[in-house]
Design a protein around this ligand. Structure first.
Ligand SMILES: *[C@@H]1O[C@H](CO)[C@@H](O)[C@H](O)[C@H]1NC(C)=O
Ligand SMILES: *[C@@H]1O[C@H](CO)[C@@H](O)[C@H](O)[C@H]1NC(C)=O
Ligand SMILES: *[C@@H]1O[C@H](CO)[C@@H](O)[C@H](O)[C@H]1NC(C)=O
Ligand SMILES: *[C@@H]1O[C@H](CO)[C@@H](O)[C@H](O)[C@H]1NC(C)=O
Ligand SMILES: *[C@@H]1O[C@H](CO)[C@@H](O)[C@H](O)[C@H]1NC(C)=O
Ligand SMILES: *[C@@H]1O[C@H](CO)[C@@H](O)[C@H](O)[C@H]1NC(C)=O
Length: 499
């Protein structure tokens, strides 16, 4: 009888498959009937199930915390019962998780010794220690704005999502924009092993281990909300203006003064003499802050048919917001990659832009898209789908979980508490921050443990298949470049014949 109350919520999937359609139909009708007439019977049953299944964290009481400022002791036995989370089979992790194995490959034969770890302290902002499910930090120095605080907040939320499931470890975390561990310094027969350093991005000449950046939990200095609610708003925002009704140009807005590449992009803006099909706007953060960010709402920037992505000092957190608009991303060939961007495929998820000939490349991409509307929209949709599905917050946490788990397997020493470490807990951050940061911290707080186990990690790529997909990517990009050359050749010819 119990099954009939809510067939879709609690039915084990194997049983679900065995039910034939007719009984399913009856169950559905009955469920509907009970919902309408039998609210009073249904509720208590559902609640008692919920109580047993879902543990909800207590809201943080800062008055109580501020008395002793000590992290509360949580009773970890509460979480040891795995039977509930096991009832939902986990999905397979998205493809980009396989790069975890590649990022850790430099240590796959040697393991990570304490000596290697300590050498990563040169630029690290803090050392993170996990021992028996509790988190500690040894702080070396302050990071820019609040990125270190939000990164640590993210790790604390991971602990709440998967309580009792993270292994003991020690790691070094650096919050700067650019990767630091140069491959060339650690190759050759007598070279030392590279130090393992966690970072937000890397490139093909470096060995930093990439980790999701702080913006997934919010970036208060630029009023950028946490990823989970923002992702939902993008879904809504994309319905506001249909693609065909959007401005038929390529849009970019950002701070151009952080890199030469971005300064060059300014020259592609529309002017009296030229129209490269680009609409470029410089973001002035001081002015935006003064007017309470009323012109920098990202969900209101899905107004053009094409969106340009271009790197900043390193990778740029803007990539996920740009891809989320349902408009094809014109991606200026990047140098750096974060944890997910290595799995983006040209002409499937984005349109590649030649970094040495940006304006003409953009002009061609927009003209092509406006004369191949279906294909252009498909690229826009595929990019958004990747972001909405493969990069939702559940997977971001799963990525962190698997990366930390695989990393900890490589440690050849037993993690210990350094003398200068202090314990971290959500209270220590939550009770200290104020203003916008407080609201982002509140919004991004994990309220209860995950209802499923982490997704299933796929095995490493074999080296030939990495090579093959890199070749495929290059060949797609060079095909686009050929089309582009033809376009400009014809364009020149017709211009010359007119003269
Ligand atoms: C928070 O803690 C204080 C001090 O222990 C207590 O007086 C207060 O009732 C608590 N507030 C809530 C909402 O539990
Ligand atoms: C933790 O919870 C378990 C089960 O609820 C209980 O038996 C145990 O006494 C608790 N331990 C502490 C230290 O509170
Ligand atoms: C890094 O670690 C080494 C060896 O433990 C130590 O001598 C050095 O002072 C540390 N450097 C920094 C910047 O903490
Ligand atoms: C680009 O051109 C538009 C339209 O003329 C203008 O509003 C905008 O400020 C220009 N952008 C920059 C960065 O100068
Ligand atoms: C952006 O605009 C949407 C829609 O008007 C609104 O729901 C959201 O709160 C705004 N976000 C910010 C950060 O102001
Ligand atoms: C087209 O003309 C421009 C100068 O007007 C030149 O720079 C460019 O190389 C020409 N492109 C082709 C494909 O002929």
């Amino acid at each position: 009888m119990y099954l009939l109350f809510s067939p879709f919520l609690f039915l084990p999937s194997s049983l679900f498959l065995k039910l034939n359609l007719k009984s399913l139909w009856i169950a559905q009708k009955l469920n509907w009937f009970l919902q309408v007439v039998g609210r009073s019977w249904r509720k208590p049953i559902r609640n008692s199930k919920r109580l047993r299944n879902r543990f909800e964290y207590q809201t943080i009481n800062c008055t109580a915390f501020n008395i002793g400022r000590k992290c509360p002791i949580t009773n970890s036995t509460t979480f040891m019962d795995d039977s509930d989370t096991d009832s939902q089979p986990p999905p397979t992790c998205p493809e980009y998780f396989r790069w975890i194995h590649e990022d850790l490959r430099p240590w796959s034969n040697t393991g990570i010794t304490r000596e290697m770890l300590e050498r990563a302290n040169r630029t690290a902002h803090f050392r993170l220690v996990i021992l028996n499910g509790r988190v500690y930090m040894e702080k070396f120095h302050r990071a820019f704005q609040s990125r270190d605080v939000f990164s640590r907040w993210g790790i604390l939320q991971l602990m709440r999502r998967y309580p009792g499931k993270l292994p003991d470890l020690e790691l070094m975390f650096d919050c700067e924009d650019r990767p630091f561990i140069k491959t060339s310094e650690f190759s050759g027969p007598d070279a030392p092993s590279p130090p393992p350093l966690f970072k937000y991005c890397r490139d093909s000449d470096t060995l930093d281990i990439v980790f999701p950046d702080w913006s997934f939990w919010g970036w208060p200095e630029v009023n950028l909300p946490p990823w989970e609610p923002l992702l939902k708003s993008f879904k809504e925002a994309n319905k506001w203006i249909k693609w065909s009704k959007r401005e038929p140009y390529a849009y970019w807005k950002g701070n151009p003064y952080v890199s030469g590449m971005r300064m060059e992009l300014l020259t592609c803006n529309v002017s009296k003499d030229q129209d490269w099909n680009a609409r470029i706007y410089a973001q002035n953060w001081d002015r935006e802050a003064a007017q309470k960010f009323k012109d920098s709402n990202l969900t209101k920037q899905c107004t053009h048919r094409y969106k340009i992505y271009i790197e900043g000092i390193g990778w740029s957190v803007s990539q996920k917001y740009i891809l989320a608009c349902d408009s094809p991303t014109l991606l200026v060939k990047p140098q750096f990659y974060d944890f997910f961007s290595r799995s983006l495929i040209p002409m499937e998820h984005y349109w590649p832009i030649n970094q040495n000939d940006k304006c003409r490349s953009i002009k061609f991409a927009v003209d092509w898209g406006n004369s191949h509307e279906q294909k252009a929209q498909a690229i826009g949709k595929a990019g958004s789908r990747f972001i909405q599905h493969d990069l939702n917050m559940d997977y971001v946490y799963d990525y962190m979980f698997h990366l930390l788990s695989e990393y900890s397997k490589l440690l050849t020493f037993k993690p210990t508490l350094p003398p200068n470490a202090r314990e971290l807990c959500p209270e220590k951050i939550f009770c200290k921050v104020e203003g916008v940061a407080k609201s982002f911290i509140t919004e991004s707080m994990v309220k209860s443990p995950a209802e499923r186990r982490p997704c299933t990690l796929l095995p490493p790529y074999d080296p030939p298949s990495i090579l093959k997909s890199a070749k495929r990517k290059e060949s797609t990009i060079s095909k686009v470049e050929t089309l582009e050359r033809q376009y400009w050749y014809n364009n020149n010819k017709s211009k010359n014949s007119k003269d």
